[in-house]
Ligand binder design. Sequence first.
Ligand SMILES: Cc1ncc(COP(=O)(O)O)c(C=O)c1O
Length: 259
Amino acid sequence: MSFKEEVEFLRSRLYKWEGDANTFHKEGPYIEVVTSPSNPDGTIRRAVVNRGGKLIHDLAYYWPQYTPITGAADHDIILFTFSKCTGHAGSRIGWAIVKDEQVASKMTKFIELSSIGVSKESQLRAAKILEALNDGLENDTRSDNFFEYGRRIMAERWEKLRKIVESSSKIFGLLEYPDEFCNFSKGITGSYPAFAWLESKKNEDIANLLGAHKMLTRTGTRFGTESKYVRISMMSRDEVFNLFLERLAAAKASNGNDH
Ligand SMILES: Cc1ncc(COP(=O)(O)O)c(C=O)c1O
């Protein structure tokens, strides 16, 4: 996530980056950003500081293709983006649900000042995409339903990745996610995060290890943790994802194939 970089770039006199909320113990006002499912590791998160500060819930990945929709979100400030909903990152469209009218108008002002208004082309495109999504949901033949389709693809990819990782459990590790009832699908579903948070079981610098096999990943230190973790995108094109699986299997073979 780029929260730290953004806060430091803006150099506001009103706030500064204080790092991981789990280790934040200062008194006084604070803003806590709760990203759920989390980027990079796909886990479900809740506010942890709980001392009356402001909360921003970033639900960029709270879509049925990634995670069971366990309930209606009801927070003061909720952020969403098209980029993770349908993959239209380039349209630069997101939206927020905000309870406090004053906060909402400050946010609108910020967008106006920083972008001089959101591109009309993007707005038209986003409206069209929403229409297509909605039509798919209304027809509700499962194959037309964008989110069910997305989940199927994500589930297949995760299954393939887990197979390789499980056959090399002394080298690599992945998180497990609970199956839960999804109110959108009306059934128990699994979690298939947009990123895989891969761990080196031998505590090696895993981005380096994968890099040696021509896999570009984002190292754990970029997310405030150790280099034995990397974030891997599960959303690349089919050819890229399949190539990644091939190379991961080759990396596993050359690092000792034992369970
Ligand atoms: C958790 C989270 N929130 C928000 C965003 C921003 O998405 P965009 O700027 O494409 O709307 C991202 C993108 O990576 C993200 O991972």
